[in-house]
Design a protein. Structure first.
Length: 253
């Protein structure tokens, strides 16, 4: 049996990943601040396979306990492959250095970087005696390697996430753990909507992102989720520690 723990599961890419993995027969524990109507509908259709836990990724002190609670939702003795998808993320604050709101910086770093680190640490610690294979996917961004003016906090947090994955991969070479940071591409989610509302004085790339929406250049959450899930469940997962999912061949073609 396969099972997955997904942060940010109530909307966007996290919701699409939850739906995709449920369709593949996985048990899923979804973590989110709110139990959205769409997630409730999934739970009604999959009452035996979907569990929801209310969790705030900015509350770092709670995350080890959240992971312990998530594992209690699963029949661990029956699971052969356990997935952790660190998906929750925020793009704000969108601002140039010299204009950062302190509270937003702290929250963004907690959600984008500290939460994946702590959830991964908790999973490795709490499943140390389990025989099942662990696969960890951290949803990153091309902003980790390309500097977009105004995205200093977002890009820096994703760069840190990429490097964390490299460290875990090097530490787990002889174990049953595979990990990768995945760039999903530009997806039509609430995050993109918030980007298009940015102050052009603080985000000079605003016109590019507005054009992507206008010209149909955004992938749907469902398209991105399918590609990520295909790779996550494939034999090749973990051979590349940092990758752009758009550069992988489509197995259906």
């Amino acid at each position: 049996m396969q099972a997955a723990i997904i942060s940010g599961a109530s909307r966007g890419l996290g919701l699409a990943l939850t739906a995709d993995l449920l369709q593949r027969g996985c048990m899923v524990v979804g973590l989110a601040r709110e139990h959205s109507p769409a997630l409730q509908q999934l739970a009604a259709r999959h009452p035996e396979h979907l569990h929801f836990l209310r969790a705030d990724m900015a509350d770092s002190d709670s995350l080890h306990g959240i992971m312990a609670e998530a594992l209690q939702c699963l029949p661990l003795e029956q699971i052969t492959q356990l997935l952790l998808i660190n998906n929750a993320g925020v793009v704000s604050p969108i601002a140039s250095a010299g204009f950062y709101p302190t509270a937003e910086v702290s929250r963004a770093l907690a959600i984008n970087l500290t939460a994946p680190i702590l959830l991964t640490d908790a999973l490795l610690r709490l499943t140390d005696s389990l025989k099942c294979e662990l696969r960890i996917a951290c949803i990153s961004s091309g902003a980790a390697v390309k500097a977009y003016p105004g995205w200093g906090i977002y890009g820096s947090s994703k760069a840190g996430l990429d490097h964390f994955c490299r460290h875990v991969a090097s530490e787990q070479q002889a174990g049953n753990v595979r990990i990768a940071a995945i760039y999903p591409g530009v997806i039509d989610t609430d995050m993109q909507a918030s980007i298009r509302q940015s102050d052009p004085q603080q985000f000079r790339e605003l016109g590019r992102f507005t054009a992507l929406k206008r010209d149909g250049g955004l992938s749907t959450p469902q398209q991105a989720a399918r590609k990520i899930a295909d790779h996550l469940l494939s034999p090749g997962f973990g051979t590349q520690t940092v990758l752009d999912i758009r550069q992988l061949p489509d197995p259906t073609e």
